[in-house]
Design a protein around this ligand. Structure first.
Ligand code: URA
Length: 210
C-alpha cells in the first residue's frame, strides 16, 4: 500500500476550517467538496490515458484522453457521498458505484448494507471515497470487495487518517495495488474511535445531524 499525504497550503487552510467546530454545515460541505478536488488532482496522477490525434485551429497534433475502461468512483455512504461531486468534477466521464457501510459504534466493526457497482471490475481503476480513515475497518472491507471483483488499481481518497488506521490498511492490504491519498495523518484515535485532533463526525457535520 502506498500512502500519499498532500502537502499544500490550500489543503492545510481548508482542512483547518473543516476542523474548527464553529464551521457550520453549509460551509463544511463546500470546503469538503473543494478539498476533495485538490486531493483528486493528486489521486488521479496515474489515471490511465491513451493518445489521440486532434486538430487545433492551427495544425494537427496529438494529445491524450482518459482511456477505457472508464475509472469507477465509489463513495462509501453516508459521508463519502459528500465527496462525490468534488471527485467527478475532475473525472466527469467516470462511472459511479455505491457502497453502503456502517460502523458499529461499540465494536467499531464495519458491515455492508448496500452495494451498487459492477460485479466485474477486471482491469478497472477505482477511486473509493470515505472522509475518515479511523480504525481502517470500513476501508479495508470496501477495498477487499473491490479487489474480489477484479479491480487492479484502487485509490482511497480520505480527508483525514489516523496512524492506527494506516497501520491496519498496511497490514491487511499488504501486497495489493492500493494507494491512500489524504490531507493529513493525525495524532491518534481516541477510545471512542474518533480521530484526534480530527474534525468530529464527518457525516454529522456534513449533513447537520449533530
Ligand atoms: N468517523 C468520523 O466521522 N470521525 C472520526 O473521527 C472517526 C470516524
Amino acid at each position: 500500500m502506498r500512502l500519499h499525504v498532500v502537502d499544500h497550503p490550500l489543503v492545510a487552510h481548508k482542512l483547518t476550517t473543516l476542523r474548527d467546530k464553529r464551521t457550520d454545515s453549509p460551509t463544511f460541505r463546500r470546503l469538503a467538496d473543494e478539498l476533495v478536488t485538490l486531493l483528486a488532482y493528486e489521486a488521479t496522477r496515474d489515471v490511465r490515458t491513451e493518445r489521440v490525434d486532434i486538430e487545433t485551429p492551427v495544425t494537427p497534433t496529438t494529445g491524450v484522453k482518459l482511456s477505457y475502461p472508464r475509472p469507477l468512483v465509489v463513495p462509501i455512504l453516508r459521508a463519502g457521498l459528500g465527496m462525490l461531486d468534488g471527485m467527478v468534477r475532475l473525472l466527469p466521464t467516470a462511472e459511479v458505484g455505491f457502497l453502503g457501510m456502517i460502523r458499529n459504534e461499540e465494536t467499531l466493526e464495519a458491515s455492508t448494507y448496500a452495494t451498487r457497482m459492477p460485479e466485474d471490475l477486471s482491469g478497472r481503476q477505482v477511486y473509493v471515497l470515505d472522509p475518515m480513515l479511523a480504525t481502517g475497518g470500513t476501508l479495508v472491507a470496501a477495498i477487499q470487495e473491490l479487489i474480489r471483483r477484479g479491480a487492479d488499481d484502487v485509490t482511497a481518497v480520505v480527508l483525514l487518517a489516523a496512524p492506527e488506521g494506516v497501520a491496519v490498511m498496511e497490514r491487511e492490504l499488504a501486497g495489493t495495488p492500493v494507494t491512500v491519498v489524504t490531507a493529513s495523518v493525525d495524532e491518534r484515535l481516541n477510545e471512542h474511535g474518533y480521530i484526534v485532533p480530527g474534525l468530529g463526525d464527518a457525516g454529522d457535520r456534513m449533513y447537520g445531524t449533530a
